[in-house]
Write a protein that binds this ligand. Structure first.
Ligand code: NAD
Ligand code: GLY
Length: 362
C-alpha cells in the first residue's frame, strides 16, 4: 500500500493506492461506526463494484445507502445535481452524512460539488475507478458540473476527506477509457517532469499491458505531482496549479463543441496538448523535436493528435473566449517551453491561435 498526503493544514487528507482494496475490510477507512454514508455512482460502475464496497462498509458498522445516476459526461449537469439533492433531502440526510463518489471523474466532480453545497458543505470520499480519475480528477478538490456553453463552468473548491485508489478496477476499463487516463498522465510529464516523460517513453507498453509495478509507479508519481501542486496553490490563484491545465483550453473547447459526446475528456486533452505544443512552436518557444516526442507518445497511447475534422478555428475561439483563464476577452494559454516546463502566455494573438489549429489539422 502507498500513501500520499495532500497537505492543506486542517483539510489535509490521505491518498491511498493499493491493489485488493475492495477484497476485505482491513484497509484504512476514514469513517466511524454509525456514520451515514451515501454512495453516489452510475449505472455502469454500480453492477461491478457497488455491492462489494457497501458490504465492506456495512460490516464495519456504517449505515450505507446508494444513488445510481445515468452514465456519461453529458449527465455532469444541473439536472443530475438536483437528482442528488432530491435524494438527500427526501431522506432527510443531515450534515454529518458522508458522500462516497464511486466512479470516474464525472461522478467524482458532481458528487464533490453536491458535497460542497449540500447544507453548506458535508464530507465526501473519492473512490476513483478510472485511470484518469485516479491520477487527476479525484485529488485536489476541484468539483463542478458542465454548462451547455462551457465545460466545468459551475463549481466549487471542496476537498475530499480521503482518496482511495484500487488498482484492480482498471482491469474492467475499455481501452478507450484507459487511454483517456494516459492523456492526463502525459500532461503531467510534459508540464512538470521531464524524467517522468522519459520514463513514459520507456514504459508505455508496460502500462498498456496493465503491468502492476509500472502502474503503481505511474499513478503514485502523478498523485505526488498533483498533491504537491495543490498544496502550494489550492485555489488556482498563484499561477502554479494552472500548469495542470496544459491542453485544457483547447480540449474543453472540443468537448463543449461536441456537446460532451463522442470524445472522452482525455481524448480532447490529448488533442489539446498537441494544439498547445504547436502554438508554443509558432511562438518560437518550443522545439520541433519536443513536439515530435509528444506526438509519438500520444500516438503510442492510442490518443488523437488533432481535434475533430469538422471543427473550424472559429468554433474553437467561441469556447476559448469563455475559458476560466480568459480575462477581459484576452485568451491566456498554458504552453510548454520544454518537456517538463510550462509557462502561461497572456493575451495570445487570435490569428496565431487560428494558424496553430490549422497547422495541427494539416
Ligand atoms: P467518466 O467518469 O465518464 O468515466 C469514463 C467511463 O468509464 C464511464 O462510462 C464510466 O462509467 C466508466 N467507468 C468508470 N470506472 C469504470 C471501471 N472501473 N470499469 C468500467 N467502466 C468504468 O470519465 P473520466 O475520464 O473518469 O473523467 C472525466 C471527467 O473528469 C471530466 O468531466 C473532467 O472534466 C473531469 N476531471 C476533473 C478533474 C478535477 O480536478 N476535478 C481533473 C481531470 C478531469
Ligand atoms: N485538473 C486540473 C486541476 O486540478 O487543477
Amino acid at each position: 500500500m502507498e500513501k500520499i498526503i495532500v497537505k492543506l493544514q486542517q483539510r489535509s487528507y490521505p491518498v491511498i493506492i493499493s491493489e485488493k482494496l475492495f477484497d476485505d475490510d482491513s484497509y484504512f477507512w476514514p469513517l466511524s461506526v454509525g456514520d451515514k454514508v451515501v454512495f453516489i455512482t452510475n449505472d455502469r460502475v454500480a453492477p461491478i463494484y457497488l455491492n462489494i464496497l457497501s458490504n465492506i462498509l456495512d460490516n464495519l458498522g456504517m449505515i450505507t445507502d446508494q444513488l445510481i445516476l445515468p452514465d456519461g459526461e453529458k449527465n455532469k449537469s444541473l439536472i443530475t445535481l438536483n437528482t442528488i439533492f432530491n435524494k438527500l433531502l427526501q431522506q432527510n440526510y443531515d450534515r454529518s452524512t458522508v458522500l462516497i463518489a464511486l466512479g470516474g471523474g464525472v461522478i467524482g466532480d458532481i458528487t464533490g460539488f453536491a458535497a460542497a453545497i449540500y447544507k453548506r458543505g458535508i464530507r465526501f470520499i473519492q473512490i476513483p475507478t478510472t485511470l484518469l480519475a485516479q491520477v487527476d480528477a479525484s485529488i485536489g478538490g476541484k468539483t463542478g458540473i458542465n454548462h451547455i456553453l462551457g465545460k466545468n463552468m459551475i463549481g466549487a473548491f471542496h476537498q475530499p476527506i480521503a482518496v482511495m485508489i484500487n488498482l484492480d478496477v482498471l482491469h474492467t476499463l475499455t481501452m478507450k477509457e484507459f487511454s483517456s487516463g494516459l492523456a492526463e498522465i502525459i500532461k503531467y510529464a510534459v508540464s512538470l517532469d521531464s524524467d517522468f516523460f522519459s520514463w513514459l517513453e520507456f514504459h508505455l507498453d508496460d502500462l498498456l499491458n496493465l503491468n502492476s509495478s509500472s502502474l503503481t509507479y505511474c499513478i503514485r508519481r502523478c498523485c505526488e505531482l498533483k498533491a504537491s501542486v495543490v498544496s502550494i496553490d489550492e485555489y488556482d490563484q498563484k499561477g502554479i496549479r494552472s500548469s495542470l491545465n496544459l491542453g485544457h483550453t483547447y480540449g474543453h473547447a472540443i468537448e463543449s463543441y461536441l456537446g460532451y459526446t463522442r470524445w472522452s475528456h482525455g481524448e480532447a486533452v490529448a488533442a489539446g496538448i498537441m494544439l498547445a505544443a504547436t502554438t508554443a512552436l509558432r511562438l518560437n518557444q518550443f522545439s520541433h523535436n519536443d513536439v515530435k516526442r509528444i506526438k509519438l507518445l500520444l500516438m503510442r497511447a492510442n490518443l488523437p493528435i488533432r481535434g475533430p475534422k469538422e471543427m473550424t478555428p472559429g468554433s474553437y475561439l467561441d469556447y476559448m473566449i469563455r475559458d476560466k483563464k480568459t480575462i477581459l476577452g484576452q485568451i491566456n494559454l498554458v504552453l510548454p517551453v520544454a518537456i517538463g516546463h510550462v509557462k502561461t502566455f497572456f493575451n495570445v494573438n487570435h490569428e496565431l491561435i487560428f494558424s496553430s489549429i490549422e497547422d495541427t489539422n494539416n
